[in-house]
Design a binder for this molecule. Structure first.
Ligand SMILES: Cc1cc2nc3c(=O)[nH]c(=O)nc-3n(C[C@H](O)[C@H](O)[C@H](O)COP(=O)(O)OP(=O)(O)OC[C@H]3O[C@@H](n4cnc5c(N)ncnc54)[C@H](O)[C@@H]3O)c2cc1C
Length: 504
């Protein structure tokens, strides 16, 4: 078999999926249709939870990927919701990365591709996945002009996913009603700072300074809202170049800000869809292949990268033979957990779209109201910051388990001076032992790394130990110092022989 997993699509989600599978000891190869890495900046916003995950990946020189990206991008202390003027303050969030990192998607992809090259993971450019057929113990995948065998295929091939279509996985949802523009531009007379302009009669435009002196401008004209799906498709098929952008900016804002050049111009709709299945036998979907929505609040990339994170360790566990059934197709499966998150994502972006695309006096009053609620802080701001940052995303909790199960583990200090997040490995659980006498030290195995930690404070103060999944979510939490009870819990998260399976 040429690879244990073939990933279709060398966008950010495909590249991270490959990086995490590799980190979990899986032989993986990526096939990308384009001749080389993308140069389009597309997503520019990286949220804290994404950076936390990237901090688990060790790259060249012993550095973590998150640190490489943070050094390269521009950190901002706050995020926007629906382009409202009052922003969500991230500075007080309980994370090592209480920031929004502005970094063009092309740079994120480049760093991921560099990492894979350093790890020796093949990324084959100019070789589209055409199709596949089932063979005895896997798949024969046609990519470029050759056949390759693999145990599994991950379709990270974007919104128009061929893998999704060939798997006959339906992609239902809401038809688009609006179309906006997004561009990276050079401006001779840029605004003094990031900002947004709303005009009831014309539309809105938002301007954001980008690393390297460019500006991201995006907006929607009033006439491009309230459309039928057919009208949206028609608008998207019309030419949209520098002069059309200039005209749109002048119509909305009364100025084109001295628009000189636009290295990248695109149009985006609010089409909102989710794949009915994320898995069909040996084929899985992730990222835009599994869900699309209005690009609002910078979430598509981030949620896609979290798909990759949830998928990789479970698929690796399945390949290595230690995944219990509930991780493969039960309540703890990739599909079950991530579809739940996609539902929240779609509701969130539909709500943002409703705020962004209403140009009546009532719409303005609603925006002012929600913006004011955000500006005052408190529950609304906290809840929105939790969901946009990714930090409050949690997974459904099995009945009868501790209330913390399914929630994200914070980056607690460990006794040896390290921290919880950086101790996570994609091929094993982390058992954090809070007992001063190290009561759980004997429970270590090939699949469970035990690390001692000082007794935590706050809601965690009653706990004696937590079992953390490779993706950083709690599998088990216990206030009991009895190792036997915890051994029972461990048995539910690995197959009986899991403790002795070798990664090699
Ligand atoms: C204008 C715009 C602005 C956005 N802004 C943001 C933002 O600020 N923040 C945010 O989080 N998200 C944003 N998004 C969304 C974000 O860009 C996407 O969610 C993200 O690119 C999804 O990554 P992906 O890897 O799933 O898919 P893609 O990036 O689409 O990558 C899929 C890859 O698969 C390749 N491919 C396709 N078919 C095949 C095949 N048959 N075989 C092999 N390869 C194939 C494609 O060439 C492509 O490289 C924005 C999107 C747009 C369009």
């Amino acid at each position: 078999m040429s690879a244990q997993v073939i990933v279709a699509g060398g966008g950010p989600v495909g590249l991270l999926t490959a990086a995490l599978l590799d980190a979990a000891g899986v032989r993986v190869e990526v096939f990308e249709r384009n001749e080389g890495p993308s140069e389009h900046s597309k997503a520019t916003t990286m949220h804290p939870r994404t950076l936390e995950v990237l901090a688990t990946v060790e790259t060249a020189g012993g550095r973590r990927l998150a640190d490489v990206l943070v050094d390269h991008g521009t950190p901002r202390p706050s995020a926007h919701f629906a382009v409202l003027p009052d922003r969500l303050d991230y500075s007080g969030l309980d994370t090592p990365f209480p920031i929004v990192l502005l970094i063009p998607q092309a740079d994120t992809e480049r760093f991921l591709a560099d990492h894979l090259r350093w790890r020796g993971v093949p990324v084959h450019y100019g070789q589209a996945v055409q199709g596949w057929e089932e063979v005895d113990d896997g798949l024969r995948v046609r990519a470029g002009d050759r056949d390759h065998t693999a145990g599994y295929l991950v379709g990270a091939d974007g919104a128009h996913s061929r893998v999704r279509k060939l798997s006959s996985i339906a992609f239902p949802g809401r038809e688009p009603t609006a179309v906006g523009f997004v561009a990276d531009v050079d401006l001779a007379n840029p605004p003094v700072a990031a900002g947004q302009l709303w005009h009831h009669d014309t539309g809105f435009v938002s301007t954001v300074p980008m690393p390297g002196g460019k500006w991201r401008v995006f907006g929607t004209e009033v006439g491009d809202t309230g459309l039928t799906a057919e009208e949206v498709r028609q608008r998207q098929s019309e030419p949209f170049g520098l002069e059309e952008l200039r005209a749109a900016l002048r119509r909305i804002a009364g100025t084109d800000f001295g628009l000189r050049a636009a290295p990248w111009i695109s149009r985006a709709s609010d089409s909102t869809r989710r794949a009915t299945r994320y898995r069909s036998g040996r084929v899985l979907l992730a990222g835009d292949a599994a869900h699309v929505h209005l690009p609002a609040g910078g979430q598509g990339l981030n949620v896609g990268l979290q798909d990759a994170t949830n998928l990789a360790w479970k698929l690796a566990a399945e390949i290595h033979g230690w995944a219990p059934a509930h991780l493969i197709d039960g309540a703890g499966s990739y599909e079950h957990e991530r579809q739940h998150v996609a539902e929240q994502l779609m509701a969130n972006t539909l709500a943002q779209g409703a705020l962004m695309h209403t140009f009546t006096a009532g719409g303005q009053a609603l925006r002012d109201l929600v913006s004011g609620l955000i500006g005052r802080g408190g529950d609304t701001a906290e809840e929105l910051a939790g969901s946009l940052s990714g930090l409050s995303v949690s997974y459904p909790q099995p009945e009868g388990t501790h209330p913390l199960v399914g929630t994200r583990a914070p980056d607690l200090p460990l006794a040896d001076g390290g921290t919880l997040h950086r101790a996570l490995r994609h091929d094993r659980y982390l058992l954090v032992d809070f007992t001063p006498e190290g009561r759980f030290a004997e429970l270590g195995s090939a699949r469970v790394e035990v690390r001692a930690a000082p007794s935590p404070s706050g809601t965690w103060s009653t706990l004696c130990a937590v079992l953390v999944r490779p993706d950083g979510y709690l599998a088990h939490a216990t206030p009991s110092a009895d190792p036997l009870g915890l051994a029972d819990a461990l048995a539910q998260w690995t197959t009986a022989d899991g403790a002795t399976v070798s990664v090699a």
